[in-house]
Design a protein around this ligand. Sequence first.
Ligand SMILES: [Zn+2]
Length: 236
Amino acid sequence: MRAVNRISQIGIKKSSRVMVFMPHPDDEAVFVSGLIQKILTARIPLRCITVTRGEQSTLRFTLGPDVDLASARLKEQTNAYRSLGVTDFDILDYPDGGLEKRKKDIKTRIKQELAGFKATHVITLEPDGIYGHPDHIALSQYVTESAGNATVLYATVKPDFIMPSARSMAKKNQIKPIKPNYKLTLSPAQVIKKLKALASHRSQFIKFPRILLTFTHFLINDMLAHEYYAYYKGKT
Ligand SMILES: [Zn+2]
């Protein structure tokens, strides 16, 4: 694993065109918001897609009982992208928890997006979905299979990542997040913007004491000052 702080060190150049596909609102803030900032600072074309509206989440902090979670999370995701400076984004409405059943549609959409944007790089979560969420796993597979000539870069976690037990959706011993090739260091300003993006997802994070538990989880797993990435190697 190589420690880097510039995107050129992970092969993203001035001539690159980067697309990000994330399954749910907040995945971009948690896993790739530092890299997103670095890409934008370098003025490299970037388009981000969130595939669902996260309507199956059991968390709805700060929301009144009558508020529709999908609409609330759509707004939160829009705010999160804007707080990171992302202007080219789309938030789709594939069913949260149902990506496994929409393989054909989603792969068609991914291919159209990549071709339309002329993407040279595509970023998604690593193949085990970090902690085994079926949507994360499905989207990772679809992006990998649909990438064509675009280079696939996986967002992953540090090698001794401690699995959040409550969120582990598959048997723990079956989940092995891919080992990173790169440990990307964020500047203090980038860490602050990452925290702002996380805070945009109010319904998922803004509740005491959960916010402290989440923050501790992030610190233990080194998810604020660093992000971890690996290139896909192999055949689709
Ligand atoms: Zn997710």
